[in-house]
Design a protein around this ligand. Structure first.
Ligand code: C5P
Length: 254
């Protein structure tokens, strides 16, 4: 084969297969006592199943790796088996780790070789629309090493000096210009080799995967997020999520 017949990097990326890693191993303590957050029900279906379906709704996604609570992999596997999921998508379940970062790394380690694009999606964002998933994949296919869906902020954000004793007032140290800030969601999309390198190199505790790629000195780009991609964190978020599902059912004509 001559060099000319090899696909260009852009063509190779356009044809790349896409896998999603869903970290779902957190306890979700801010939601109150009960089952691990990903296994809480929304309208009778576990949040994790909603999140898996949201990812599998994209025709570009052919594998979903669910990272389960360390002692809950068997339970998560039977949950996936018990719910209808698209036939074109494969599913894997692996046990997670102590921190979100450890769980994502364990999911990445389980990926078969033939996937060049990886999305990382929080189980705690069960309602992300498929258009957002596709927009993230598209931007990685177009050549970005890392892509995040994001929204402008409604609130002004202050940076504070954390209080030294509980209950003490916290002094404000800065007010970043709101128009330049974005609230970042998932799924975040990556060139697989870049994300693997980030997880091997960066050991700081981070709250998202894209910030590890930023620390490698690479450019992370933003695509429009969606208000329905919010993270279910506090009890009120469960009420909002069920309201979104009820509205969808009405709109779908059920
Ligand atoms: O705690 P937070 O809401 O930031 O968690 C985001 C996602 O990371 C959730 O889907 C949670 O299940 C997951 N996670 C994990 N392993 C941990 C902690 C959190 O997979 N050790």
């Amino acid at each position: 084969m001559s060099d000319d017949s090899r696909p260009s990097p852009a063509t190779a990326r356009a044809e790349a297969r896409t896998a999603v890693v869903i970290p779902a191993a957190g306890r979700g303590v801010r939601l109150g006592p009960g089952a691990p957050k990903a296994l809480r029900a929304l309208n009778g279906t576990p949040m994790l199943i909603h999140a898996v379906r949201a990812m599998a709704a994209s025709r570009a996604v052919s594998l979903v790796v669910v990272v389960a609570p360390p002692d809950g992999a068997a339970e998560v596997k039977s949950l996936l088996d018990a719910h209808a999921l698209p036939e074109r998508t494969d599913f894997l379940v692996v046990p997670g780790g102590a921190e979100r970062q450890d769980s994502v790394k364990l999911g990445l380690d389980a990926l078969p070789p033939d996937y060049d694009i990886v999305l990382v999606h929080d189980a705690a964002r069960p309602l992300v629309p498929v258009d957002t998933v596709d927009a993230v994949i598209e931007a990685v296919r177009d050549g970005a090493p890392a892509v995040v869906p994001a929204l402008p902020l409604a609130d002004t954000v202050k940076e504070v000096e954390p209080a030294s004793a509980a209950g003490d007032p916290e002094p404000v140290v800065a007010t970043p210009e709101r128009a330049r800030l974005r609230a970042v969601q998932t799924p975040q999309g990556f060139d697989r080799a870049t994300l693997v390198r980030a997880h091997e190199t960066i050991i700081d505790n981070v709250t998202d995967d894209a910030s590890m790629v930023e620390q490698l000195g690479l450019t992370v780009v933003v695509v429009p997020g969606h208000e329905e991609a919010f993270k279910v964190t506090r009890p009120l978020d469960l009420v909002l999520a069920e309201a979104v599902l009820a509205r969808r059912r009405l709109n779908d004509g059920f």
